[in-house]
Design a protein around this ligand. Structure first.
Ligand code: ADP
Ligand code: MG
Length: 660
């Protein structure tokens, strides 16, 4: 239903509503208040100085108004509250004076000053406080306030009947109130209890639909439509035994999980989780090898060109006999044509690339396995893209962002998970140090020490997410400074997002080959990059980063048995950053990040959309979520699911989902 059909909304109001993301009547009635103002008479005998107060009484005198400046006025009067008389002061309400006379009854909301027996009021309401007042507060713009939103919602409410997505038996089980009643109450709370009931009912529904979606997906993923490869494990073993290092127990277990998936009828939908530096890459390479031996083409997708290029170089070394190609958005036209041809004919065995791999122009032949590295960096829709292309290969996601249990359950609830919990042997934890801007000299001396030991250093320039250009300028500025300090004793390279693909490759290779000893970079190196001789990282303005991002960055060093250091330079937020000086455990870091910044930021902007409920919060409503999960699992496998009366619920659950 269109907004224009609601009585009393003009074109301008519609525009204002659109700006708040409200585009139709459904959006409008589900534009829920984010909190309530509760006005409950306070017992003044129990108040302490500075407490919030809501009190009513009778005005004793005609208010005095003082005009302090053009923009500031002050009104004072005395209010008799029965037990005593208070002096009330309120700013910028001179216009309200005409409503107040001796004997007027008023409700006053404000702050109590015990010593002066006075109240600095933030709000005045005519009349006594009969019962508790609960006022919904909405997210507003400067064009439209909470009162107006509430008024418009209420003129729309009688016109619309919202659909109920909780099956009847579940609704009965929890004695939920009717959905339309709940929507009414959330905008028009009658008392605390009823608004709680309404919110609970609506939250549960959000969680129920979401968890049912996951159960539905899981049910489908585990169907027997996978590719049943025949691969002799002896060949894999032989390859593993020829590696220059011994795989860890968890790496081997993960490889076993994947081997089982790829050789069974089940379609694989697996997450390989492991902290930075735990050695996920080699597991992915071996997975591609298993897939190849099974007769299929395989693809590995990385979030940045630099990382794709690095994987490409490494995997070619490991499998010199296979035809492995690299495809990124920056691959030159002529080369690209040839590569596309090879992919289409399956003369390319393995394709490494960026998200260009799933662009419309790439046609695969016999694509059996797709691996996404640093999965949390990808927009979720890119995953759906493959499905749109009509290919349903086995899927392996890799992620270094350790996920608190709550999130694993929701975001990855439909997947099987293999975890690499232990680091390759011989690794030492990175020593992490906080420094102030003024302590830069200390940092330069530390750098000098490392350079003297013939080690290499990453320097991370301040991050300005909005502008690649400013990021780039920051890199050049730092280059100047570093040249002054170290230009005579070592070579300095730079790397930033605005460089061309081949320039980036060159810069990366120079660092890898130790032709440059200091690499100044933006966060383009945040993920995956692997240069074992780099033992130090210096991060400028580190307060600009989330803890998880810093942990990822730090993961670039400490990749061998040398002592390594991460210096966080910041004048601000040192308490938050100090978490990193205390632990190198990614799980702890992400839990902390999660406590400090809430759910939305954990996976970065892009993925927060997956879990953006209107009311529910997967952390605060975790118990409700667990309930919804259990109910959802039961529901999608029950006969109730296909019952005609639940058709709309089924449609909602099966509707194209971000988790595809
Ligand atoms: P991540 O899990 O962060 O992607 P990588 O796969 O990049 O980590 O591995 C980090 C480094 O550890 C690489 O240089 C890799 O060759 C090395 N590595 C991986 N597995 C082992 C192992 N079992 N023993 C020693 N080094 C290993
Ligand atoms: Mg990696």
């Amino acid at each position: 239903m269109e907004l224009s059909e609601v009585k009393g909304i003009g074109i301008n109001t519609i525009k204002d509503l659109n700006n708040l993301g409200i585009n139709n009547v459904y959006d409008l009635v589900t534009y829920y208040p984010f909190r309530y103002d509760v006005f409950e008479k306070t017992d003044i005998s129990k108040l302490a100085d500075g407490d919030k107060i809501v009190i009513d009484g009778v005005v004793e005198n005609v208010p005095n108004v003082f005009y302090i400046s053009r923009v500031l006025n002050k009104m004072t009067f005395r209010l008799n509250i029965g037990t005593k008389i208070l002096t009330i002061t309120i700013f910028n309400r001179a216009y309200f004076k005409r409503n107040i006379n001796v004997g007027t009854t008023l409700t006053v909301i404000g702050k109590y000053d015990a010593k002066h027996n006075s109240v600095t009021a933030s709000n005045l309401k005519l009349g006594l406080l009969e019962k508790t007042i609960i006022e919904p507060v909405y997210h507003t713009s400067n064009k439209i306030n909470s009162k107006k939103i509430n008024k418009i919602v209420n003129s729309a409410l009688p016109k619309i009947k919202v659909k109920d997505y909780i099956p009847e038996n579940i609704s009965n089980k929890y004695h939920f109130i009717d959905k339309n009643r709940a929507v009414y109450l959330i905008h028009n709370p009658e008392n605390k209890h009823s608004v709680k009931q309404a919110i609970n009912r609506l939250k549960y529904e959000e969680l129920f639909v979401f968890m049912s979606k996951i159960s539905y997906l899981k049910k489908n993923h585990t169907s027997n439509d996978g590719l049943e490869r025949k691969v002799n494990f002896k060949k894999i073993e032989k390859f593993i035994n020829n590696l220059p290092f011994k795989l860890t127990k968890d790496q081997l277990a993960s490889i076993n999980d994947i081997y089982d998936d790829l050789t069974s009828k089940r379609r694989m939908n697996r997450l390989l989780q492991g902290d930075v530096g735990s050695g996920k890459t080699i597991v992915s390479f071996i997975s591609l090898y298993i897939n190849y031996l099974g007769g299929y083409q395989g693809a590995l997708m990385a979030p940045t060109e630099i990382l794709a290029f690095q994987h490409y170089q490494n995997i070619k070394k490991l499998f010199p006999d296979l035809n492995i190609v690299l495809l990124t958005g920056k691959t030159k036209v002529k080369e690209r044509k040839e590569i596309l041809k090879q992919i289409k004919k399956q003369t390319a065995d393995i394709i490494i690339g960026t998200h260009a791999l799933i662009s419309d122009t790439v046609e695969y032949k016999n694509l059996g396995l797709v691996i996404t590295d640093e999965q949390h960096r990808f927009g979720v829709n890119q995953r759906a893209n493959l499905k749109n292309k009509g290919i349903t290969p086995d899927i392996l996601y890799m992620s270094a962002t350790p996920i608190p249990r709550t999130y694993a359950l929701t975001l990855y609830g439909d997947m099987d998970i293999s975890s690499i919990k232990t680091m390759p042997s011989g690794r030492k934890p990175v020593t992490t140090i906080l420094k102030k801007d003024t302590e830069i000299k200390d940092v330069l001396y530390m750098m000098l020490d490392e350079i003297k030991k013939h080690h290499q250093i990453y320097v991370i320039a301040p991050l300005v997410e909005e502008s690649e250009k400013i990021d780039m300028e920051n890199v050049y500025q730092l280059e100047e400074k570093m040249k002054k300090a170290f230009g005579k004793i070592c070579n300095i390279g730079i790397l930033h997002g605005k460089m061309k693909a081949d320039e980036k490759e060159k810069a990366m290779n120079k660092f890898k080959n130790n032709e440059t000893q200091i690499l100044i970079s933006t966060t383009v190196i945040e993920v995956g990059v692997d240069v074992a001789n780099a033992t130090m990282m210096v991060i400028f303005d580190s307060y600009r980063f989330g803890l998880s991002a810093l942990h990822q960055l730090r993961g670039r060093v400490g990749r061998n048995d040398l002592d390594s250091y991460c210096v966080l330079i910041s004048d601000r937020e040192t308490k938050r950053l100090s978490v990193l000086t205390k632990t190198t455990d990614g799980f702890k870091v992400s839990e902390e990040d999660f406590l400090l910044r809430g759910s939305g930021d954990l996976f970065g902007q892009r993925q927060s959309g997956d879990m953006s409920f209107k009311l529910a919060d997967i952390k605060n409503d975790y118990q409700l979520l667990l309930q919804a999960k259990e109910d959802g699992e039961k529901f999608v496998t029950s006969s109730d699911y296909t019952n005609e009366k639940n058709k709309h619920i089924r449609q909602m659950i099966e509707q194209s989902t971000n988790l595809d």
